[in-house]
Design a protein around this ligand. Sequence first.
Ligand SMILES: [Zn+2]
Length: 332
Amino acid sequence: MVSYKDLGLVNTREMFAKAINGGYAIPAFNFNNMEQLQAIVMAAAETKSPVILQVSKGARNYANQTLLRYMAEGAVAYAKELGWEKPQIVLHLDHGDSFETCKSCVDFGFSSVMIDGSHLPYDENVAITKKVVEYAHQFDVTVEGELGVLAGVEDEVSADHHTYTRPEEVVDFVTKTGCDSLAISIGTSHGAYKFKPEQCTMDPNSGRLVPPPLAFEVLDGVMKELPGFPIVLHGSSSVPQEEVDIINANGGNLEAAVGIPEEQLRKAAASAVCKINIDSDSRLAMTAAVRKVLAEKPGEFDPRKYLGPARDSMKKLYMHKIVNVLGSDNKA
Ligand SMILES: [Zn+2]
């Protein structure tokens, strides 16, 4: 048993309460490798933003859970070295799919876990979430539950279409489970292809696809039922078209990739939404930078020469999200 407190990590309780009162949201960035982690920590330290490091099932399979946990511990030490005296860093399990997975993360030094029972019948979702909460709370680890189903594909999580969260269920779910935050479905989705072209309209000036707006009426309904309760949005990348263009101009083929417009995320961040998950945008920034270097310098074979620019690009992206979209800078 390793306590996250001994690793210098924090849970989400206090940071969510501050974020709701302050009208901003905490960034939850997924990480799979060193360059991504460095970029996240540098961006958070430089902007003094609390940050959630997320580990998905795919990341655990790719990078090894043990290594990822030590990397998170290293992130705290690195943040201090960068001059951030009291780093506010959460290590969070993204989309935990069973009690056993959540328990192993709690036992292993994670400060927060998500149990995703959103695909289960309601009563089973309540039961598994309650079981995880009862275990995690013994160690002061916070738990995120989910109600409603997001469309899209993210690692092993996928669904053909979304089912919006039903506001009439949220009080019952939160009361019965005791979860600390709730992920809801209001039209965000996983991956870089959040909407089919036929769901979008065309901006006549830019020729770009304009996605349909998020279902803010669902968010409003949830907030009315659960005033001041921490709400989480998954699948909230914006799919920057500049990055898509760089990828496509350098041998890539991302047709009709489209995300959630940043102004809609800004609006969400100002509400009870206090955690916003961003993964695809970092993947796009990394891929664009690597493709550009390799296309421009075909003789390059030192990974530092393309992963370095990729890291710089991701850091820039994370800082932009923190400062211009979530508003979490200078809050830690
Ligand atoms: Zn997700």
